[in-house]
Design a protein. Structure first.
Length: 285
């Protein structure tokens, strides 16, 4: 694992250098090919795909090695890999966007935003903060027995908030004081936590009052229209997309949430400008 991480860090560094030094693509590719292949041999990595993104465009991409060694099938830039923890980048970004809009402070107790109580069983008076959740220092432990048993391909059928309630709250179906939490106090030690970032995702939907996946889609659509959309604009965009798809009840609910957001943020509420959202729908199609 450490060798693979060094490869990723080196690729990131090379990507940054490529952005700072405008070398021809052929020169970049030649040097990267040699470097990546050498590191793959050292780490015994059978195959990988890599790219360099500059601003909003992919300026270089390549596949190396094999996606199926037995059948001799090569990796290409289009080969799908398991997303896995790359999703934490999206989750962290979504939560920090809400912080950027003043919805919470990093050292606030996350429990204030949840519909279920959250406290470390050994340190019940120690708050679990947004900063600690984002930094893998919230003392929330991965119970792999539970996580493996609930693993599915694609989206889980379990609502995220309900699962966390059952995992983190005494009396829950998957709660264990020893297996759901570490033995040290929140904020005192780093321990990588998948469940902790599941909590980060749920905090996004708890604060935005929109399911996590819809929130991320909304921000994506809105950003193609405005560089820094607020939550209300993002929610309105996804509402019109859903309305165009015939999901009128959900769209109406989201528009009500957007209106409430504008009032709470002190933004004067005007009727939604339909052309603005028609562009969002065209983008979505």
């Amino acid at each position: 694992m450490p060798d693979r991480r060094r490869i990723l860090r080196a690729l990131c560094a090379l990507g940054l250098l490529a952005g700072l030094v405008p070398l021809p693509v052929s020169a970049q590719s030649s040097g990267l090919d040699a470097y990546v292949l050498a590191r793959m041999r050292e780490a015994r990595v059978p195959g990988l795909a890599a790219c360099i993104v500059k601003e909003d465009a992919i300026v270089w991409s390549a596949g190396y090695g094999w996606r199926d060694v037995a059948q001799g099938l090569p990796v290409t830039p289009q080969t799908p890999f398991m997303l896995a923890s790359v999703s934490k980048t999206v989750t962290g970004t979504a939560l920090v966007q809400l912080w950027d809009q003043g919805r919470f402070r990093l050292d606030d107790d996350v429990a204030a935003h949840l519909r279920f109580p959250l406290a470390h069983p050994l340190f019940p008076k120690a708050p679990i903060t947004f900063r600690e959740v984002l930094a893998h220092a919230a003392s929330i432990r991965d119970n792999w027995g539970v996580m493996t048993s609930l693993y599915v391909r694609g989206d889980s059928p379990l609502p995220l908030g309900w699962f966390l309630d059952q995992y983190l709250v005494p009396g829950g179906q998957w709660y264990s004081a020893q297996k759901s939490f570490t033995p040290f106090a929140p904020g005192t030690k780093f321990e990588y936590s998948n469940i902790g970032f599941a909590l980060a995702g749920h905090l996004v939907e708890a604060i935005a009052q929109v399911p996590f996946d819809l929130y991320c889609q909304a921000v994506s659509y809105a950003r193609q229209i405005e560089s820094r959309p607020d939550i209300a604009q993002s929610i309105e965009c996804i509402a019109w997309v859903l309305a165009a798809d015939g999901q009128h009840e959900t769209a109406t609910r989201l528009l009500a949430v957007a209106a409430r957001e504008r009032v709470e943020m002190g933004i004067v509420l005007f009727p939604v400008e339909r052309p603005h959202h028609e562009r969002a729908m065209e983008t979505a199609r």
